[in-house]
Design a protein around this ligand. Structure first.
Ligand code: FPP
Length: 251
């Protein structure tokens, strides 16, 4: 069956293409990240209007530490500015903001802005916006497995449910399975993002660079999602009447 409304959906986005967007315009890469923040603002607003329940954005992977220090600094500068300037708006719109990923390698100044933004928006019920920073899905799974081993003591095999719970605990979040995963920028890979949570996610890859991604692109992605048939490993459900009629007519 095709999927109905956007209500309750978890949409995750790998925001790729900022650097190329800037380079093609003869601009420094940081200009692409700045334009990327504007795209984040547009997409959060539209997701709210469309009734998306959870939006998870991949802003900085654990592997991104390998980038030149000035680029890393500018990404964190933009992130801090985003948190400082957007928190009020997010709170007004009933959005709950949460940062997922490791926190032990983040600068004090970043941590302070994160904590302020999270507590100011903690009561938001209209959308759950999660920004992944210093995030690695393999790291999250490994930590969850270690947590599960500590809980189980003598039993050897943790259940998938226990691992999922431990993953949410170690990530300090309550959101789980992804319904739709979008990657901009033309590459077709998951880059260590929400690997466990995307087991049955519908994947959508677009050539659009992240700074060019707008409201209409999100709408088009959700329309495409609705056309997909999700079976979760089962079979297409057929109404009993139709099934009998089909058998009777030899179809
Ligand atoms: C990928 O493009 C983008 C990033 C690694 C950084 C994303 C950061 C932002 C959009 C700004 C901060 C985020 C928030 C939520 C305020 P790339 O640089 O890998 O692009 P390329 O593949 O073209 O080089």
């Amino acid at each position: 069956m095709p999927n109905g409304s956007n209500e309750g959906l978890h949409v995750a986005i790998i925001m790729d293409g900022n650097g190329r967007w800037a380079t093609r315009r003869g601009l420094p890469r940081v200009a692409g990240h700045r334009a990327g923040v504007a795209a984040v603002q547009r997409v959060v607003e539209r997701a709210l209007d469309l009734g998306v329940r959870c939006l998870t954005l991949y802003a900085f992977s654990s592997d991104n530490w390998r980038r030149p220090a000035p680029e890393v600094q500018s990404i964190f500068w933009l992130l801090r500015a985003f948190l400082r300037l957007e928190t009020k708006r997010l709170r007004q719109r009933g959005a709950r903001l949460e940062i997922i990923g490791r926190r032990d390698r983040l600068a004090e100044s970043v941590l302070r802005e994160i904590e302020k933004a999270e507590s100011a928006t903690a009561m938001g019920r209209n959308i759950h916006v999660r920004v992944a920073i210093d995030y690695s899905s393999r790291d999250a799974i490994t930590r969850a497995a270690a947590g599960a081993a500590a809980v189980l003591e003598h039993e050897r095999v943790p259940s998938a449910e226990l691992l999922a719970t431990m993953m949410m605990e170690t990530m300090n979040t309550q959101s789980a399975d992804v319904d739709l995963l979008i990657r901009t920028g033309g590459e077709k890979r998951l880059s260590d993002f929400l690997l466990w949570e995307s087991a049955y996610a519908e994947l959508l890859f677009t050539d659009r660079m992240w700074p060019d991604f707008g409201e209409a692109d999100l709408e088009a992605a959700l329309e495409e999602f609705k056309r997909r048939e999700r079976r979760f490993g089962g079979v297409v459900s057929v109404e009993p009447q139709t099934a009998v009629a089909s058998i009777g007519s030899g179809l």
